[in-house]
Design a protein around this ligand. Structure first.
Ligand code: FES
Length: 124
């Protein structure tokens, strides 16, 4: 048997903007330890070997940050706190149920456009 691939990847936006910048960002003094909380909780549960947390840069949903994306499934969670991250791990990652109340609004996260369809739209 080969080395198993992860069951989930969790992409946590770790972008911060300098103080005074008008654009909101996912990391500020109040939210800077969320990635650590995510990784520590996965470790405490003993599942970090199959759930890979990944730091990313901006995913263009800053206004509703902090955000993180769970794959597979394209599930984007917004407005995160430590408590919400713990719930997402327990209910979605372990329990298998998407935590709908923390999912980003569909207005901000609508169905994906396939690359082929996008090329057609652009006339290429
Ligand atoms: S800074 Fe996190 S989505 Fe833009």
């Amino acid at each position: 048997m080969g080395v198993p691939q992860p069951a989930f990847y969790i992409f946590k936006c770790e972008q911060s903007s300098p103080p005074g910048m008008p654009k909101p960002s996912c990391v500020n003094p109040q939210t800077q330890d969320l990635f650590q909380h995510l990784a520590q909780t996965l470790m405490q549960k003993g599942i970090i070997g199959t759930v890979q947390p990944i730091r990313t840069s901006c995913m263009n949903r800053c206004n509703v940050g902090p955000i993180m994306l769970v794959e597979p499934g394209h599930v984007m969670y917004a407005g995160l706190t430590k408590e919400k991250i713990t719930q997402i791990i327990e209910r979605h990652i372990i329990g298998g149920e998407i935590v709908q109340e923390y999912v980003i609004s569909s207005e901000l996260w609508d169905e994906a456009i396939s690359p082929e369809a996008m090329m057609k739209q652009m006339g290429r």
